[in-house]
Design a protein around this ligand. Structure first.
Ligand code: APR
Length: 241
């Protein structure tokens, strides 16, 4: 099937399912590709509850370094195009695995963060989850005296049930799913496209490399997020509802 057959401009409920690849063009390293974060750092020492319980200062050092780095980055063309499409098609939803907040900074409003956000912290006391964009943090301790914890889904953490429900509602009612920049290796997030495929909804994968799910997509666009979304955007002549 080619892009014309997909009648992109007639779509009303598009889900963009994104991974670290869309932020690579913001200069933010991916996790597994060349130069990926998990090639430089052992995630078991920096991105799991056990590591945090063992040495919260070491985890916060790593995490604050990433916050400072991402704060200096700006949304890439791919983030901006998706935000533009949402302006034309209000039924657009972003389901992202990314924690960098770039979709929101680009202007996307309907964003579901499956893996949390580096711009939120939380505590088990009644102060719960709150936004925090301070770089550096004013304090790594909550007012109750306990260490604040990044509001991120670390390895072995369960996903937030309310977040999963929102994502499921979006993918079960979408009329097109576009996956951008994910290696499709981390579950349950990687299941999202499978749900659209089971519903026989057209699915597009954008990635410079093939993934394990590439054979199951309606269309595979081999290329980078910005370039391929540009092509989709130009092609679709999205009509306002
Ligand atoms: N445009 C599009 N895709 C790109 C680009 C680009 N410019 N550059 C790289 N990619 C692709 C790579 O080919 C790869 O398939 O992005 C993907 C990045 O894969 P990962 O680094 O594994 O990132 P992701 O799939 O988002 O990881 C999922 O794993 O570590 C956990 O919680 C973390 O959310 C993350 C999850």
């Amino acid at each position: 099937m080619n892009l014309c057959d997909l009648a992109l401009g007639k779509r009303r409920r598009i889900v963009f399912f994104t991974g670290a690849g869309i932020s690579a063009e913001s200069g933010i390293p991916t996790y597994r590709g060349k130069g990926g974060l998990w090639h430089q750092y052992n995630y078991e020492e920096y991105a799991c509850q056990l590591a945090f319980d063992r040495n919260p200062e070491k985890v916060w050092d790593f995490h604050e370094e990433r916050r400072a780095f991402v704060a200096r980055c700006t949304p890439a063309e791919g983030h901006r195009i998706i935000a533009d499409i949402e302006k034309h098609i209000p039924g657009t939803t972003v389901i992202t695995q990314n924690i960098d907040g770039m979709h929101q900074r680009a202007g996307s409003r309907n964003v579901i963060e499956l893996h949390g956000s580096m711009w939120r912290v939380r505590c088990d006391c009644n102060m719960g989850v709150r936004e925090n964009n301070d770089v550096p943090l004013r304090s790594r301790q909550c007012d109750c005296g306990a260490y604040l914890r990044p509001d991120i889904v670390w390895f072995d953490d369960p996903l937030d049930t309310e977040v999963i429900e929102r994502a499921m509602r979006a993918v079960q009612t979408c009329d097109l799913l576009i996956t951008i920049g994910t290696s499709a290796m981390v579950f349950p997030a990687a299941q999202i496209p499978l749900i659209a495929m089971q519903r026989k909804v057209p699915t597009i994968e954008i990635n410079p490399e093939k993934t394990g799910l590439t054979p199951y997509y309606t269309v595979f666009l081999k290329g980078t997020a910005g370039a391929m979304l540009n092509r989709l955007w130009a092609h679709a002549s999205w009509t306002t509802p």
